[in-house]
Write a protein that binds this ligand. Structure first.
Ligand code: GLU
Length: 295
C-alpha cells in the first residue's frame, strides 16, 4: 500500500493548486450525476437525493456559472416504477434490474419522463428553467447533428436554462451500459468547450482500492502524471458493486488531456459543487495534462 500511495502521490503541488483554482473559476461546467446518486435501494427516484443535486447545481448558478447537467437514472427510475413492487405488469426484479437490452430501452423511456418531471419540479423551486436533450454517441459523431447539438445548448445557456442531457437510450444502437454517460459527459464537455467537468458518484472520489470493501483504501487527491499508476489501481479494484469508477476515471482523463480540470466527487458530500467553486479540496482532482506540459 505504501508504494501504491507513493506511486499515486507524486504530483507537483503547484500544478494541483493551479488546477484547483481553474476548477473554482470555471464559468461553464458540466456536472454528471449517476443513477445511484438519484435513486433509492428500491430503484425509485429519490426526491431527497435529486433535490440535493439540484440545490448543488443552483449553488453554481448563483455564482453566475453556466451549468449543463448530464443525468443518468432513466433505466433505474423505469425499473423502480414498473418493476416488481411498482407494477405487477412487468417482470423485472428490482434487485437484479434487467439485463435484457429491449427491456432496458423501454424502461428508460418510462424513467426518463419521470426524471424530467422531478427535475422540472425541483428546479422550479428556484424558478430555474430546464431543458431535456437526449443524444446518442452517433449524434455527436455526425458533424451536422454535432453542430445542431452545440448550437441548441449554446442558445439554452444564453437564455439561462439548465440543459439536462441523457443518452437517448430508446434508440441507441450500442448496448446500454453503465458508464455510457461518463463518456457522454466527457464528450459533451469537450464539444461545449466547458471549463470544468464534475462527475458525481456514490463514493467520495477515486481511492487506492474499493472503499466499500477495503477499509485501508485511501482517497487519491489528485491525478496527473500519476495517471497510469491510478489507472492500474482502479483496474485492479473494480468489481461489479464498484462498477463505473474506471469509466469515470477515463472520462475525467479525457477532459484533463484536452486542458480542462475535472473532479470526481461524492454526490452526498455537503455543498459538493460549492466547495469546488470555493477552491476547497474535494474528491479527486484531475490536473489538466495539456497545461502541465506547456508550463
Ligand atoms: N442512460 C442510462 C440511464 O439513464 C445510464 C447510462 C449510465 O449510467 O452511464 O439510465
Amino acid at each position: 500500500m505504501t508504494s501504491e500511495r507513493a506511486a499515486v502521490g507524486a504530483l507537483d503541488p503547484d500544478a494541483v493548486d493551479r488546477a484547483r483554482t481553474a476548477a473554482a473559476e470555471a464559468d461553464r461546467v458540466v456536472v454528471k450525476a449517476g443513477t445511484n446518486s438519484l435513486t433509492d435501494e428500491d430503484s425509485r427516484l429519490d426526491r431527497v437525493k435529486l433535490d440535493k443535486l439540484v440545490a448543488d447545481v443552483m449553488d453554481l448558478r448563483r455564482r453566475g456559472k453556466e451549468v449543463v447537467l448530464v443525468s443518468s437514472g432513466a433505466v433505474g427510475a423505469g425499473i423502480g416504477r414498473l418493476g416488481n413492487g411498482g407494477s405487477a405488469a412487468v417482470d423485472v426484479d428490482i434487485e437484479r434490474g434487467s439485463d435484457v437490452i429491449d427491456e432496458r430501452q423501454a424502461l428508460s423511456t418510462v424513467g426518463q419522463s419521470l426524471l424530467m418531471r422531478h427535475y422540472t419540479q425541483s428546479f422550479d423551486r428556484y424558478e430555474q428553467p430546464v431543458a431535456q436533450i437526449l443524444v446518442t454517441g452517433a449524434d455527436l459523431d455526425a458533424p451536422e447533428r454535432f453542430d445542431n447539438f452545440t448550437s441548441t445548448v449554446e442558445t439554452l445557456l444564453e437564455w439561462g436554462v439548465v440543459p439536462v442531457i441523457n443518452e437517448n437510450d430508446a434508440v441507441a444502437t450500442d448496448e446500454l451500459r453503465i458508464g455510457d454517460n461518463d463518456m457522454l459527459s466527457a464528450s459533451a464537455a469537450l464539444a461545449l468547450d466547458v471549463d470544468l467537468l464534475v462527475t458525481l458518484t456514490d463514493v467520495d472520489g477515486v481511492y487506492t482500492g474499493n472503499p466499500k470493501r477495503d477499509s485501508d483504501a485511501t482517497l487519491i487527491e489528485a491525478v496527473g502524471a500519476n495517471y497510469d499508476a491510478v489507472r492500474e489501481l482502479v483496474g485492479d479494484s473494480t468489481t461489479s458493486d464498484f462498477g463505473g469508477i474506471q469509466t469515470k476515471v477515463e472520462g475525467a482523463r479525457d477532459a484533463a488531456e484536452s486542458g480542462m480540470p475535472a473532479v470526481i466527487a461524492g454526490s452526498a458530500t455537503r455543498d459538493v459543487l460549492d466547495r469546488i467553486a470555493a477552491g476547497k479540496p474535494t474528491g479527486t482532482l484531475f490536473v489538466p495534462t495539456a497545461g502541465e506540459t506547456n508550463e
